[in-house]
Design a protein around this ligand. Structure first.
Ligand SMILES: [Zn+2]
Length: 113
């Protein structure tokens, strides 16, 4: 599955679900996911990827952390940047449906933190 490669710096300042810019002095949230074993994300480490969703008329952008990032030590290799827990919950629910159908992710965290 070919993925569009994006600049990660642009992604850290925008909610991947609603598109809002989180306010600079407000807390950011992130939802973590795990790609399927057969998906090789190594060419995208340190960059972003654009994920088309089959169940939604939208796509979401995610960051692929580098091999030394804390998320990787916890077993996650896809990070979604969000403006709020509410956007995190909406994305999680959409991705969980997508996991059943999708080709990219096999797991997504319970809550944006
Ligand atoms: Zn949002």
């Amino acid at each position: 599955m070919p993925l569009e490669r994006l600049d990660a710096h642009a992604l850290v300042n925008e909610c991947c679900w609603c598109g809002k810019r989180p306010r600079p002095n407000r807390e950011h949230f992130a939802l973590s996911g795990v790609a399927r074993d057969e998906v090789d994300l190594s060419p995208y480490e340190g960059a972003g990827i654009r994920i088309p969703l089959e169940t939604q008329t939208r796509r979401v952008d995610a960051i692929v952390p580098t091999a030394t990032a804390p998320a990787r030590r916890e077993g996650y290799n896809v990070i979604f940047v969000l403006c709020s827990r509410a956007c995190g919950a909406a994305l999680r629910d959409a991705l969980r449906k997508e996991i059943l159908l999708g080709q990219l992710l096999r797991e997504v965290a319970d809550e944006a933190t």
